[in-house]
Design a protein around this ligand. Structure first.
Ligand code: CTP
Length: 451
């Protein structure tokens, strides 16, 4: 998706560089448009270097011959604002000065940014930044009201010490918060902001000799989709992957490993920083006891002696720190639910994503998958869908584990009929009727739910 960042002339213009980086971290393509005043605060070159695109600062290409003649450039000309308006999926103006807000509110189009604002049908966001008196001025507030009513999203400034030395409202919102609002406007969730997600992906390989290994058909698609989804929802992602032909998702830290033991070491090393560990990798359960230094020759039947590898997921659970969520996968070819449930209990993870890897077109190496998200108390069916979509659904379910769950206390309530006051008249008749329709338990199970 594509975002145009409009920079107007205020001290906070330098923070727009951080905003550009924050948007790029979300895999968004960014263009920058500056007002003339903004170029007094920050050089367009800064943004050109960050974005890899030309920065538009004027409606006119007056960088031409210098002899007074106007030369239409293919890149920058009188109708470029229309092209930019169509290119952008969102326009965010940060910082937005009182002046730019006034121009937007009243439809004044006297430079590239204001013209772009009128020409675009994309969502528009403004992050005001100014002196507190200018912010509180009825003219500014009235302009903001006009813009809000028109659907412009105003990212409220914070309160604090301002560049002018005064204290009050008018500090531009933090770039990460602005980026979050942009993602929201683009319909992208940002609900994993602040999380550090460690994802394992792909299959591991256990060497038999210098050229052969024991491996499995895992492609890494599910794990890579999870990494990409977590990143696009605002998480910092550490992806520990076995050999895979896939392009690693941009902006994720990729640690490449080959064997189960290397995966174990990498996971144990990095798990302390993670708030969430998702183990989507297909880890080898056995490794050859002896690895031949030379290529094995065909000498007739051979028997391989295999030793079990460490169960990394179980070890991660044993070493978990408070608050860390741990989710595993279970690849099953039969008795999916029973095996999944047993694995959940055996490994002690918060949830296990059970998938049937025997089905046609789903599971290992396929582009789609169907799964059951299993916890001790729930089993959520996730029907067949592309792995990238499934990744988002899995993250949705993981996030519900973060929400405080009600505490359910169950206890036996002994009903002592003798201690109940004797009822009389119509009330007694009603009670008799209810009792006659139900089997009176000697003791009833009661639930106390503490939210
Ligand atoms: N796993 C692991 N370390 C291993 C084997 C598996 O961390 N040595 C993890 C996988 O990443 C996955 C989960 O454990 O999250 C279940 O993997 P799976 O292969 O389905 O189960 P196994 O534990 O290998 O059990 P089994 O082969 O008996 O089904």
């Amino acid at each position: 998706m594509r975002v145009t960042v409009g920079v107007s002339g205020g001290i906070a213009a330098y923070k727009a560089a951080e905003l550009v980086r924050a948007l790029q971290r979300q895999a968004l393509e960014v263009h920058v448009v500056m007002t003339g005043a903004a170029t007094r605060f920050v050089q367009p070159l800064t943004f050109a270097a960050l974005t890899g695109h030309k920065v538009i600062t004027s409606l006119w290409d007056d960088t031409g011959a210098g002899d007074g003649s106007y030369e239409a450039s293919t890149e920058q000309n009188g109708i470029e604002h229309i092209g930019e308006a169509q290119w952008a999926d969102a326009l965010v103006v940060a910082p937005a000065t009182a002046n730019i807000l006034a121009k937007f509110a009243h439809g004044i189009a006297d430079d590239f940014l204001t013209t772009l604002y009128l020409a675009t049908a994309a969502p528009v966001l403004v992050a005001p930044a100014m002196n507190v008196n200018m912010w509180e001025h009825p003219a500014t507030q009235a302009n903001l009201e006009i813009l809000r009513q028109r659907g412009v999203r105003v990212i409220e400034p914070g309160t604090g010490e301002l560049a002018c030395g005064m204290v009050g409202a008018g500090r531009m919102a933090e770039p990460e918060a602005i980026a979050g609002a942009v993602l929201g406007a683009l319909g992208r969730r940002h609900d994993l902001a602040g999380e550090i997600v460690l994802v394992t992906a792909g299959g591991t390989r256990e060497a038999l000799d210098p050229v052969r290994f024991l491996g499995n058909r895992s492609s890494g698609k599910m794990g890579y989709a999870l990494a990409e989804a977590a990143h696009s929802r605002g998480a910092k992602v550490i992806l520990i992957s076995g050999p895979s032909a896939l392009h690693p998702p941009p902006q994720c830290e990729l640690i490449k490993i080959t064997t189960a033991d290397q995966m174990r070491q990498a996971v144990l090393e990095r798990m302390t920083e993670a708030t969430l560990v998702v183990k989507a990798a297909a880890v080898a359960d056995y490794r050859p006891v002896n690895v031949s230094e030379q290529k094995l020759k065909r000498t007739g039947p051979i028997t391989l002696e295999l030793a079990p590898t460490e169960d990394i997921l179980a070890e991660v659970v044993r070493r978990r720190r408070p608050g860390q969520l741990i989710v595993g996968f279970a690849a099953e070819t039969e008795n999916r639910m029973e095996n999944g449930r047993a694995k959940l209990l055996r490994k002690g993870a918060d949830a296990i994503v059970v998938n049937d890897v025997a089905g046609e077109g789903v599971g290992i190496d396929a582009d789609s998958n169907a799964a059951t998200f299993l916890t001790l108390t729930t089993a959520i069916e996730l029907p067949e869908m592309p792995k990238r979509k499934l990744a988002d659904r899995i993250l949705d379910e993981i996030l519900t584990l973060r929400r405080p769950r009600p505490l359910v206390l169950e206890f036996d309530e002994h009903v002592d009929e003798r201690s109940r006051p004797e009822k009389t008249g119509p009330e007694k008749a009603r009670q008799d009727e209810v009792l006659s329709q139900s089997v009176p338990p000697s003791s009833a199970r009661r639930q106390l739910i503490v939210e």
